[in-house]
Design a protein around this ligand. Structure first.
Ligand SMILES: C[S@@+](CC[C@H](N)C(=O)[O-])C[C@H]1O[C@@H](n2cnc3c(N)ncnc32)[C@H](O)[C@@H]1O
Length: 284
């Protein structure tokens, strides 16, 4: 039976019940390294150092052995905890949320195999929307890896990210671009020919171009610091960085400090007034 905490029927929700049905079928398969989620396992080779090194470069504190100690991370759409666990092992205090209860059950069960993680990770069956009320400006870092291409309403999702993140906090997103190449490789090859991703996992219409994501983030007060292309090799099962963002990409954005824009209207009207004064300047 589909166990999503509540029915997401409001126009505000970022959760798509159709997507939940797909993930429900695979909720017990997260930790099979050779199975349906093998590409997410190997993606850790890129995304974990990307997150770790970006955060270390931004910080003056360094804790030997636990470099992310003292950092509060929200892993949104954590699934079975494939990314939450290595971040917890690096010392971060991780809250992993997923709307699907069965995913959280799997994540909790797997966490229990490593006593180090007991105090570092807590999982919760929740949507991001539900977190906003209790967690305003709570987290230093949000991670949403391979999630935005599954949400019902990307704008609501980004708005909620901005609300639960502290000023100057970091947001890390990995996702798939919306190009002809991503259709061919991400859907035709990956799902229909090679079968490295279960058929029906992705809908091309929901893929997000980096320019669109960047615009949306900026309208909610984020500034994008890095966009890196990622390439999956189905023959070796491994990922590498590449210059082109035409297929998969990783993005790092930082929320503006206290007093920065908190709504798109505010930031857009600031941009408009800047444009007006710039125009006024050039016309003199
Ligand atoms: C492809 S999996 C990625 C899991 C995990 N982030 C990882 O990379 O290992 C996508 C996950 O996002 C969750 N999800 C889908 N829609 C979501 C939403 N609107 N808000 C939060 N999580 C969502 C799904 O339940 C699923 O666990």
């Amino acid at each position: 039976m589909l166990t999503v905490k509540r029915l997401f029927s409001t126009s505000q929700s970022s959760v798509d019940p159709k997507e939940m049905k797909k993930f429900q079928l695979l909720a017990h398969k997260w930790w099979d390294e050779e199975g349906d989620y093998s590409a997410l396992h190997s993606m850790n080779d890129l995304r974990v150092p990307f997150i770790r090194d970006t955060l270390l470069n931004m910080s003056s504190n360094y804790h030997l052995g636990s470099p992310l100690s003292g950092i509060k991370i929200l892993d949104v759409g954590c699934g079975g905890g494939l990314l939450s666990e290595p971040l917890g092992r690096l010392g971060a205090s991780v809250t992993g949320i997923d709307p699907l209860e069965d995913n959280i059950r799997t994540a909790d069960q797997h966490k229990s195999f490593d006593p180090v993680l007991a105090k570092r990770i807590q999982y919760k069956s929740s949507s991001l929307d539900e977190m906003v009320e209790e967690c305003m400006e709570t987290f230093d870092v949000i991670v949403a890896s391979e999630v935005v291409e599954h949400v019902a309403d990307l704008e609501t999702f980004i708005k909620c990210c901005s609300q639960v993140l502290k000023p100057e906090g970091s947001l890390f997103i990995t996702t798939i671009n919306k190009t002809q190449l991503s259709y061919i490789l991400g859907i035709v090859v990956a799902e229909k020919i090679v079968g490295i991703v279960p058929e029906g996992t992705h809908e091309w219409e929901k893929f997000v171009p980096p320019e669109e994501l960047q615009r949306l983030l900026e309208s909610y007060g984020f500034s994008v610091q890095a966009v890196n292309g990622m390439l999956y090799n189905p023959l070796t099962g491994s990922w590498s960085w590449m210059e082109s963002t035409s297929i998969n990409y990783a993005m790092h954005a930082v929320k503006s400090g206290a007093g920065g824009p908190s709504s798109p209207t505010e930031s857009l009207s600031e941009m408009e007034s800047e444009q007006r004064s710039a125009t006024a300047g050039t016309s003199v």
